[in-house]
Design a protein around this ligand. Structure first.
Ligand code: ADP
Ligand code: NA
Length: 330
């Protein structure tokens, strides 16, 4: 029995990943990696669709890789690599560009949102074509399953459409992948602004817990998290988003269901919940931080790991690309 193939990735767009990335992506990936033949990419080609400082980008890529490994992605059980190290991503993306309609690409809502920020004419063609590169990422590995956040649903639909279109036009070539959409309970909100997602681009520094924060800083951020005035520990995302977010984080990290966590803190104050949560989060993240810093202390070893993994990814990717070129007449 071969294991189902899994693909997912993240952009190297900050020095540190945050608790949302950890709970919403890395924890899930770690749990799935044994039962799947998993490919986890650091998608630097996606990152350059908006301006990046070259030296900083290279450093962020390495730091992201270190945090994947530190969080428990095992580079000998999974294939953990940097997207630009495998040229076939860009090569397949070009072919897929040629079978994507202009109108079809223009319907992608994430481009509309992102380009609205900079102005449509100031946005790059690369940003416009982002979802097509993402389709190439996934299809190159004959992926069965793509764990993603809800915001990526439309991009996975496009990926499926392109796979089916290519297969119909040129003969069966691609596995048509399925999205595994992240559970609502795995979505983590900003501690200072608990109705918006914890995000690296948020403007509330105290609302974001970075994996590389010092334990004391993490603790302080949790103790200062925004809650509400009624003093009752209950899970209600509409009426009590702040408290519910703290409960979600507690539940995600301990693996104990929300109701059990509510039961555990019933009748106690927010201060107790925050203290308990700070302990749990620091206990979880302290070894992740330590391991990441250790990995970053030995760049040669990290680069060696990434090179071995890129070679493994290339082997699979080249097979798909060769078949695609052959089918298309290249
Ligand atoms: P950001 O919003 O910080 O830019 P990305 O969009 O790059 O993060 O997301 C990278 C991965 O982390 C995706 O799998 C995404 O679903 C997950 N993720 C990002 N933010 C959160 C969050 N607040 N809660 C849960 N998962 C998240
Ligand atoms: Na995002």
């Amino acid at each position: 029995m071969t294991k189902p193939r899994l693909y997912s990735g993240m952009q190297p767009s900050a020095d540190s990943l945050h608790l949302g990335n950890y709970i919403g992506a890395l924890l899930q990936w770690k749990q799935m990696q044994q039962e799947h033949d998993a490919f986890f990419s650091i998608v630097d080609l996606h990152a350059i669709t908006v301006p990046q400082d070259p030296a900083e980008l290279r450093e962020k890529t390495r730091r992201t890789a270190a945090q994947y490994i530190a969080a428990g992605i095992d580079p000998s059980a999974s294939t953990l690599y940097v997207q630009s190290h495998v040229p076939a991503h860009a090569q397949l993306a070009w072919v897929l560009n040629t079978i994507t309609g202009m109108g079809e690409a223009a319907r992608m809502t994430q481009f509309k949102d992102k380009s609205a920020k900079h102005g449509r004419d100031a946005s790059s063609v690369g940003l416009f074509a982002y979802p097509i590169l993402m389709a190439a990422d996934i299809l190159l590995y004959q992926t069965d399953i793509v764990p993603v956040g809800d915001d990526q649903r439309q991009h996975i639909e496009l990926t499926r459409d392109l796979a089916e279109r290519f297969n119909a036009r040129f003969g069966d070539t691609f596995v048509v992948p399925k999205a595994q959409i992240q559970k609502d309970s795995a979505r983590i909100y900003d501690l200072q602004n608990p109705t918006s997602k914890m995000s690296k681009s948020a403007e509330t520094p105290a609302g974001i817990i970075w994996l590389l924060d010092e334990p004391k800083v993490t603790q302080k951020k949790i103790m200062r998290a925004v809650t509400d005035n009624d003093g009752v520990i209950a899970f209600d995302t509409q009426e009590k988003p702040g408290v519910s977010n703290l409960l979600s984080i507690y539940s995600a990290i301990t693996g104990s269901p929300i109701e059990a966590v509510v039961g555990e803190f019933e009748g106690r104050g927010y201060g107790d919940l925050k203290k308990g949560l700070a302990e749990v989060v620091v206990g979880e993240l302290e070894p992740v931080r330590a391991r990441a810093l250790e990995l970053l202390d030995d760049p040669a070893e990290l680069d060696r790991l990434l090179a071995v993994n890129a070679a493994r990814a290339t082997e699979v990717a080249e097979q798909t690309l060769a078949e695609v070129y052959d089918r298309v007449g290249l």
